[in-house]
Design a protein around this ligand. Sequence first.
Ligand code: NAP
Ligand code: COA
Length: 273
Amino acid sequence: MSLTLDFTGRNVVVVGGTSGINRGIAELFARHGARVAVASRKAEKVADTVAALEGHGAEAMGFVADVRDMGAVEAGLKTVHDAWGDFDVLVSGAAGNFPASVNGMSANAFRSVVDIDLMGTLHVMKASFPFLRKPGASVVNISAPQAFLPMPGQAHVSAAKAGVDMITRTLAIEWGAHGVRVNSVVPGPIGGTEGMARLAPTPEAIGKVAASVPLGRLGTPDDIGHACMFLGSDLGAYVSGAVLPVDGGWAQSGCGGMGAFLGKLVQQLEGQR
Ligand code: NAP
Ligand code: COA
């Protein structure tokens, strides 16, 4: 068996891959030789990311789809399959988040996050399955610490991402029989991202979060990409059903008091309304 992080000739699809962590993952695979396809709702973000991937010397393509729309996801993934054939690695990371208490959000607001994160992941995985026929094919779902740690203002995200991780673990069993590995990566706080900006909206808050990570720093998209590359490569050939925190030890410390911080933030935001 060859053990390699050279993805030359491999087809990698990153859904929700046009900004932040997921774009970093897409760019990392491109820098390591993969053909990379990305997808999200906004055509300009897709075009910009495809250009950046090509800038790394990669063959790249993209499609526009809202992951809440199974038909659009199926049609988009088919264009990638028509062009390149079966997928080696699928990364599913489209998500939405905003800080709001259950009492401070409508049922529709809760549903919108569940529809994007949980149903979106289900759509992406179901639509990809017919194209995951290569030996060693694998899926990496991007989860979040809210999946296992409740935080005020994050019930919608917790419900959705806990569901994502249980899909990961269940499909590791169901799809293992087809030779497909399925794992989740759970990023800690990643600097310069939309997710961080929404939950830690000031430089002071960002500094406190960074200091609360046992390794003493925020993560980078490359930190998450490296885990995805490991899981998507032959090095991860016997890893399936894992829910892997990549967070500098943050989850082990109860996410550094993020719950208490978010409780105050939500009170403040909802007091202003
Ligand atoms: P981001 O930049 O907002 O990335 C979200 C991506 O998903 C974008 O490409 C966005 O593009 C796409 N997207 C959103 N809604 C979509 C929809 N309905 N259909 C299709 N695509 C959609 O956020 P991020 O902070 O980097 O987060 C990326 C992932 O990491 C998420 O799964 C998040 O839960 C997870 N995470 C983040 C952190 C963090 O510190 N940032 C920590 C833990 C976990 P369009 O706007 O064009 O649709
Ligand atoms: N507090 C309470 N409710 C909120 C809210 C907030 N901060 N932001 C949005 N909502 C509600 C809306 O009012 C709406 O509910 P309503 O129909 O009862 O009024 C519902 O959520 C859907 O909002 P809408 O803006 O129509 O949804 P959308 O599909 O256009 O966008 C979101 C989805 C809300 C998740 C949006 O924040 C998004 O697109 N996020 C993607 C980027 C992101 O969140 N990145 C972070 C990393 S995960």
